[in-house]
Write a protein that binds this ligand. Structure first.
Ligand code: BGC
Length: 263
């Protein structure tokens, strides 16, 4: 799938809520690039819904001042690092259980005084990568895995997202994969890159067996150092490193907000 800049607004806003930072940007949907600098504020601690909502509002209002072509009609997408079902958070493994049950679509819409789209962070990254990045022009099943504090996953089939895939919580040997194969797990367990790669390969093999993807895209913090672990991994499925690691959440959120606005 590709964006249709003539038929739809060329710009949309994306805001990406992470464990350490909340980042926003104006996205050119024709190119999938940010227009200007992104704007980041540290995630408040504790990251309660009211505190995070206030920061999201601050970022939105800042972005409105940055471009005369951006306004109340510009689509806004916001990511969250947990399951989002009908705008309600259903998990929050790495942000706190107090989010579970929070109607964040309504919270954010009230703060911004307008409609917003809320989606899972890895889903946004997968959309960005399949539209503009490593999975561009790939048909069939493309699986994006973000290896960071947890493991996020996005299943996109022929350009269409199946939301909330949550493969980071797939259990291998009775343990959730993200507890063993995330970037945080490597640091916490203080293991060599080779040992980490073996863990990751075991996980990828399991995922490959279950879903037979055409391509696996690896994103998240660890994708900045592919030379450390990729040489140790052997897999039949091709692996690509995400192209827009830092901004994939912002870009994918903006893209999906525009798509859902347009239909
Ligand atoms: C959450 C996912 C999220 C991922 C990356 C996991 O713990 O369950 O929803 O996408 O972390 O933030």
């Amino acid at each position: 799938m590709s964006a249709h800049p003539q038929a739809t607004p060329a710009l949309a806003l994306g805001i990406d809520i992470g464990g350490t930072g909340i980042k926003g940007g104006i996205v050119d949907l024709g190119t999938g690039e940010l227009c200007g600098e992104r704007f980041r504020i540290d995630t408040p601690s504790p990251a309660t819904p009211p505190e995070v909502t206030a920061v999201v509002g601050e970022i939105y209002r800042e972005l409105l001042t940055r471009d005369p072509n951006v306004g109340a009609q510009t689509p806004v997408g916001i990511t969250f690092p947990g399951i989002i079902h009908h705008g309600v958070a259903r998990s929050g493994a790495n942000v706190g259980q107090h989010w579970v049950g929070a109607d964040i679509a309504t919270l954010f819409a009230e703060e911004l005084g307008r409609e917003v789209l809320v989606l899972n962070d890895a889903d946004a990254a997968g959309l960005a990568e399949t539209e503009y990045g490593a999975g561009r022009n790939r048909s069939g099943t493309v699986l994006t895995l973000t290896l960071g504090t947890g493991i996020g996953s996005a299943l996109v089939h022929d350009g269409v997202l199946v939301p909330n895939f949550e493969l980071g919580h797939l259990e291998i040997g009775g343990v959730a994969a993200e507890k063993k194969a995330s970037s945080a797990a490597r640091k916490r367990d203080d293991i060599s890159w080779e040992k980490y790669a073996r863990r990751l390969e075991k996980y990828l093999r399991h995922v490959q067996f279950l879903f037979s993807p055409e391509l696996i895209i690896l994103g998240g913090g660890i994708s900045k150092k592919p030379e450390k672990f990729l040489p140790y991994i052997e897999l039949e499925t091709p692996i690509e490193i995400a192209r827009s690691a830092n901004n994939a959440g912002i870009i994918g959120a903006a893209l999906q907000a525009q798509r859902l606005n347009a239909h």
